[in-house]
Each structure stands twice: as C-alpha cells, then as structure tokens.
Design a protein around this ligand. Structure first.
Ligand code: ATP
Ligand code: MG
Length: 455
C-alpha cells in the first residue's frame, strides 16, 4: 500500500509539471485522477490505524487539490509567473507534505511491525518454555496411568489366568490373589471363578467317593467268587475234567485281575476323597527301608533278580511323612521294577540326603519305556506297550497314585528310561512334609508294602 502511495506521489509531481508547462485539459484531468487515487489510498491507509501522521494526509490532499486547480487556471490563462509561484509555494509543498506524512507512516508501520514480531517471538518462547515444563509432567502422568492400568487390569487378568491354569492342571484348591466382590468386573469374575472351582471340587470329591464305594462293594462278591473257585479247583465239589480245570484257571486269572483293580481303585479313591490330605507323622527312615527290603527279598529270590537297598551317608534318622502313603509309593515303584525286569536282572533302591531333601532312586535293568510314552506313564490307566515283558498284569494306576502322594508331600517324581536297558525313577521328598501332624510318636505302619507279583 505504501509503495503504491509513493508511485502516486511521483505521478502527482509529473502531473504537476504537465499542468505548469503544458496546461491543457488532459493534464488537468490527469492531476484530478492522481489526487482521486491518492484519496482512495488514504481511505485504505486509515484502516491500518497508523496514528497522527496518516491523518495529516487528507488535509494535505485537499490543499493540493485547490492549489493544482488554481495553478492550472493561471497557467491556462497564460499567467505563467503566477502559476509558477503557486506551484512553488503551494502545489509542490502539498505533495511534499503528503510524502513526508507517508514517510512517518512507514516508520510507524515498521516500528509496530517490529514490535509485533518481538511480541510474537516472546510468546513463542513462552509457549516453548511452557511445553518444556509440561512435557516431564505429561510423561510422569502417562507413567502413572500406565502403572495404574497394569495394576488394575493386567494383574487381575494374570491372576485369573493362573487360576484357570491351576484348575486345568487339576489343582482345584488354588486360591486367587483377587478378592471376589460385586463392585468391579474383576471382582465378579473372581467370584465366578471361586464358585466354579468349588463346584468342580465338589464334583471331584463325589466322583472319588463314588469310585470308592463302588470298588468297596465289588470286593465282597469278588472274594466270594475266588473262594468258591479255589474250592472247585481243590476238587471239594467233585473231580474236574481237564476242560473244566482250564476254564476255572481262566476264571481265576480274571478274578485276580479284578481284585487288583479294585484294590488300586480303593487306594486312589480313598486318597482323593480325603482331598489328598496326609497323616504326617514321625517316620523312622531306617525301619521303613528295612521293612521294604525284607518284603521284596523273597520275590527277588524267586525271580532270580539281584535286589539291593543302599542307605546314603548322612540320612536323617527321622522324617515327617505319611508313612502308609509313602510305603504305597515305594511299593508301587519297586513292584514295577520287578515286574518289568527279566530273570538275572537287577533292581536297586537307594536313598540319599540331598539339599535337605531325601532322594529315593529306584533303578532297574528291565524293559524300559519309549521316550514318546514316557510322559504319559503317570496318567491314570495308562500302560506303555511293554506289557509283553511284564511278569504280571496291571491296571495302569500304580504310578498315578504314587505321583499324587509324592505331590501331596510337596515332593517331585521324575523318570528316565532307555528301551531294553532299564528305567530309573527318582522321588525327591522334603524331610518335613506339609500336612496335619497327628501323632508325634512313630507307630508301626498299617501294612508293609506288598511284594506284588500277581502272576
Ligand atoms: N520300571 C518300569 N519298567 C518299565 N515300564 C514301566 C516301569 N514302571 C512303569 N512302567 C510302565 O508304566 C506303566 C504304568 O505303570 P503303573 O504302575 O501306573 O501301572 P501298572 O504297573 O501297569 O499297573 P498297576 O501298578 O496299577 O498294577 C506300566 O504299565 C508300564 O508300561
Ligand atoms: Mg505298577
């Protein structure tokens, strides 16, 4: 705008020269149009509110308009001296006054622009400072929100996942570290989880009780059948034909198999129905091992198998276990070893203290188990495909019972095996098992482990 003002004042100077020296109609019109142009530019300039200096321009333009008109009249009338005088004293000073007002306006404009730039720079700096100060606060806030989210969402989800995993693994007594309540979604989920776990535990107990009752009820009729079979085989009810003897032998074998199954089912259901509770009491480890050794030594002789029991140095004389249940575990492991080891083989039981635990190893030189089947042998009713090498039939429950009992003692059971070379079971038991300690004094075990042969 200021640039075009300057052009117009230059135009005004040229128009004034034409007015003075040519003074025709055209030069008068041209001067008028230059002044009109300057007036309309002044209106535009007003809008910028440049203060006093700009407001002088209209007055100077008015003076210019009347001086130019008079100058033209005199010049046109041939009074060139008067016209020149007007030009020097009024017209040109008026143009110069417009110019100087413009110069002042330009300075004002430049100063105010400079001021605005400085203001804007200051504001930008302030904003930068504000952002720099706010950034750490925002980061801290984000961190706090992150931690809060983790605590309030991730942790309950993780806890629920652990609970579900525990239930899937069969641990129905797993307690969630998450309070059940009806106020939050996770509280309600925790409540549902607890309800589900307790219903499953009830079902599991009922199932174990049912198996227990059913197998108990089966015991009596099977014993009666076996009793009469024996009487028949002894010829008490008359002489038997060879065919009848053969049939009775088969019936006898099946009935014995049933007895074994019923005994195993009773063992497992009793333990499970009690919720896997142990009757932990002080156990004389040496005596327990002696009893075990003598129960199996007869079988070892009959089967021509070298059986050794090794007591490691530093074994604690007393441990706290459920003696009957541990007898069951060791009985099952040693029975298996004898069952799958051929004549002339070896079965070795060794017991040693390791890191405050008692480590029991049962190793044999028997049939072995293939690596694909090894992970399944602790499953109920699972039997590997080495049954042809077994000395007697089984039910596939012995190891499942053994593992449950060892787990209840907070112990571990592991196994290694090579087909055709042998199998080694390792049971690690803490010297002091968790459980209800009822009787501090050791009492003789309910029954020594049976050296099962079956046959
Ligand atoms: N010492 C071993 N040598 C070779 N195979 C073994 C040995 N111990 C266990 N097994 C394999 O693991 C399977 C499961 O053993 P488990 O003791 O549970 O059942 P079982 O001996 O067949 O029957 P039960 O013990 O109930 O009378 C066995 O059938 C056998 O295939
Ligand atoms: Mg067995």
């Amino acid at each position: 705008l200021l640039g075009s003002f300057r052009e117009r004042t230059d135009d005004a100077r040229r128009a004034e020269d034409a007015l003075l020296f040519i003074h025709d109609q055209k030069s008068a019109v041209r001067m008028q149009s230059v002044i009109d142009g300057l007036v309309s530019l002044t209106d535009s300039l007003d809008r910028y509110r440049l203060g006093l200096s700009a407001s002088q321009i209209p007055a100077s333009l008015d003076a210019l308009r009347s001086a130019a008109r008079e100058e033209y009249e005199h010049a046109a009338a041939g009074r060139s001296t008067v016209a020149e005088l007007i030009s020097q004293q009024r017209t040109r000073p008026a143009i110069a006054s417009v110019d100087s007002a413009l110069g002042a306006s330009a300075t004002t404009l430049r100063n105010s622009t400079r001021q605005r730039v400085a203001d804007a720079t200051n504001e930008t700096l302030n904003a930068e400072r504000l952002v720099a100060g706010a950034l750490p606060i925002a980061l801290l806030l984000a961190l706090a929100i992150g931690i809060w989210l983790m605590r309030s969402i991730s942790r309950p989800v993780y806890e629920l996942e652990r609970g579900m995993h525990a239930i899937a693994e069969g641990d129905l007594r797993y307690q969630l570290a998450l309070a059940p309540n009806s106020a939050t979604e996770f509280g309600r989920l925790a409540a549902s989880y607890q309800k589900m776990a307790s219903q499953l535990a009830d079902l599991e107990r009922l199932r174990a009780e049912f198996v227990g009752v059913a197998s108990h009820e089966l015991k009596t009729p099977i014993n009666v059948i076996i009793g009469y079979l024996e009487l028949l085989q002894e010829g008490i009810y008359g002489a038997l034909t060879p065919k009848q003897k053969e049939i009775l032998y088969t019936i006898g074998k099946q009935a014995n198999g049933l007895t074994r199954l019923v005994k195993r089912l009773l063992d497992i259901s009793r333990f499970e129905a009690s919720g896997g509770k142990l009757e932990v009491r002080r156990v004389d480890l040496q005596r327990l091992l002696k009893t075990l050794e003598s129960s199996f030594s007869v079988l070892a002789m009959q089967r021509d198998i070298a059986f050794s029991v090794e007591h490691g140095v530093g074994l604690p004389s007393k441990v706290y276990w459920d003696e009957d249940r541990i007898n069951e575990v060791l009985g099952n492991l040693v029975s298996n070893a004898f069952k799958f080891t051929p004549r002339g083989g070896r079965v070795a039981l060794s017991v040693a203290p390791v890191d405050g635990n008692v480590v029991i190893t049962v190793a044999d030189t028997g049939a072995g188990i293939s690596s694909e089947q090894l992970p399944h042998i602790f499953d109920k009713f699972y039997q590997a495909d080495n049954q042809a090498q077994a000395a007697s039939k089984g039910t596939g429950l012995g190891l499942a019972i053994a593992k449950e009992i060892v787990d209840a003692h907070a112990g571990q059971t592991t196994v290694e095996s090579v087909v055709g070379e042998g199998t080694t079971f390792v049971v690690t038991l803490p010297t002091d098992a968790p459980g209800v300690k009822r009787r501090p004094e050791p009492t003789p075990p309910e029954h020594a482990p049976e050296a099962e042969d079956g046959g």
